[in-house]
Write a protein that binds this ligand. Structure first.
Ligand code: GLU
Length: 450
């Protein structure tokens, strides 16, 4: 199945973001030339036998943007809109994320172009395993380390781990557990990895609130996407006394002016997942497909609205936690919030950014705001390498040190905040500047061989 190029080329947005920051900071032209290209791009077409006995071809990608700071790192996305430009964009964002937070990783991303909701559990396993096999040595524990992203989860990481290990000589297997992160705990995952991205978003929001003398208690926010990132963000906003006044996911856009309880909403979705598990055990995959995607639709108190109304929800904070290209030339004008905290990758395009900047709406950009995921992936990778298990309290406190930090030891947030002041630029440009400065320094130190 070939991927059709989408109308919106998200890699063009990355180029605009990158060029803007490179100009502002006067990035060395040689380093600029290097970083404006991806290092390697792998496209694999591979067959999978489906439940009905037919063979279907799938197209998968792994783009490795840069590895000057360490092994390539980044998630795998299973989605019908995955294409080479999207994967390029996502791969380069990973390079910046690690550089901002001083994580010894480079940037990569991968994916397969298909809709996982349309295949059975067994088919999903076969697709994941055959993709891993097709990638072969493109990935590796010290070379390129995948993780979950949109529509992929700990179960899929366990299949990838298992397949990769079975491809290694028997005596090598035990030391390859860190070939993938975001694994189930029992299979070498880290405590706190599931909540990591949402936790990072909330740490950034907390620091923004402190800096702006803004009281989160009684504040309002809304979330687009109620998957791993959106639901954990909401769950962790609850203890602050903040109210979720709108929520959207694959099942629709909804407002809830009285506030929806994130824990109850999560329980509502867990119930749907359990129902599907039962049907799976009973081998009734057709019934699962008929039920459609798991989602927030049907939860009491949610009122369905169109997307434009949803995006115009009046609240203090908007957390986009779904896909790219949501805050654009059209929609940026309609946002009715003080802060956009980007849980998703690439939710705001460069035109949208300019409008938010002119409207004085603060933005905590994706490459900072959602970097909690890769930060805790780094902790998982370290634990596997050292055969250690860290306590969840240690994981989250180390995450906070990395993503926010303090005046003595600044983390990503403080570095970006300072660069925004120094260069008098929006926070996305500042985040690029922080990343590019670090990468530029390394290229200068190491030189270009020969
Ligand atoms: N997919 C996540 C991201 O976009 C996590 C990547 C990782 O942990 O490697 O940041």
């Amino acid at each position: 199945m070939a991927s059709s190029p989408k109308e919106y080329n998200v890699y063009k947005s990355v180029e605009r973001q990158f060029n803007k920051a490179a100009e502002k900071m006067g990035l060395d032209p040689d380093v600029r030339a290097i970083l404006s290209k991806t290092n390697t791009e792998t496209v694999v077409n591979f067959p999978v036998e489906m439940d009905n006995g037919e063979v279907r071809m799938f197209t998968g990608y792994r783009v490795q943007h840069n590895n000057v700071l360490g092994p390539y790192k980044g998630g795998l996305r299973f989605h019908p809109e995955v294409d080479i430009n999207e994967v390029r964009a996502l791969a380069s964002w990973m390079t910046w994320k690690s550089a901002i937070n001083e994580i010894p990783f480079g940037g990569a991303k991968g994916g397969i172009t298909f809709d996982p909701a349309e295949v059975s559990f067994r088919e999903l396993e076969h697709i994941s395993r055959r993709f891993t096999y097709a990638l072969g040595n493109v990935i590796g524990p010290e070379y390129d380390i995948p993780a979950p992203d949109v529509n992929t989860n700990a179960q899929i990481m366990a299949w990838i781990l298992d397949t990769y290990l079975l491809m290694q000589p028997t005596h090598e297997r035990a030391r390859c557990m860190h070939v993938v992160t975001g694994k189930p705990i029992e299979s070498g995952g880290s405590l706190g990895r599931d909540r990591a991205t949402g936790q990072g978003v909330v740490y950034c929001i907390e620091q923004w609130a402190t800096d702006n003398k803004f009281d989160l208690k009684g504040s309002t926010y809304f979330v687009q996407g109620f998957g791993n990132v959106g639901s954990w963000t909401a769950k962790l906003m609850k203890p602050h006394g903040a109210k979720m006044v709108a929520v959207a996911d694959a099942t629709g856009n909804f407002v809830c002016p009285d506030g929806a309880d994130p824990d109850e909403l999560i329980a509502y979705m867990d119930k749907q997942a359990r129902e599907r598990d039962e049907l799976r055990k009973a081998r009734q995959e057709d019934k699962i497909r008929a039920l459609g995607p798991i989602g927030v639709k049907g939860y009491p108190g949610l009122k369905e609205v169109d997307k434009a109304t949803f995006l115009a929800t009046k609240a203090d904070i908007f957390v986009p936690a779904a896909l790219e290209n949501q805050i654009t030339n059209e929609t940026a004008k309609t946002l009715n919030v003080r802060l956009v905290a980007e849980g998703a990758n690439g939710p705001t395009d460069p035109d949208g950014d300019e409008i938010l900047w002119s409207r004085k709406i603060d933005v905590i950009p994706d490459i900072l705001c959602n970097s909690g995921g890769v930060i805790v992936s780094y902790f998982e990778w370290l634990q596997n390498k050292r055969s250690e298990y860290w306590k969840v309290s240690d994981v989250v406190s180390k995450l906070k040190e990395k993503i926010v930090g303090d005046e003595q030891q600044p983390g990503g947030y403080l570095r970006v905040r300072d660069a925004a002041k120094e260069f008098n630029v929006d926070w996305r440009t500042a985040a690029y500047v922080v990343a590019l400065r670090r990468l530029e320094k390394v290229y200068k130190e190491r030189g270009i061989w020969p």
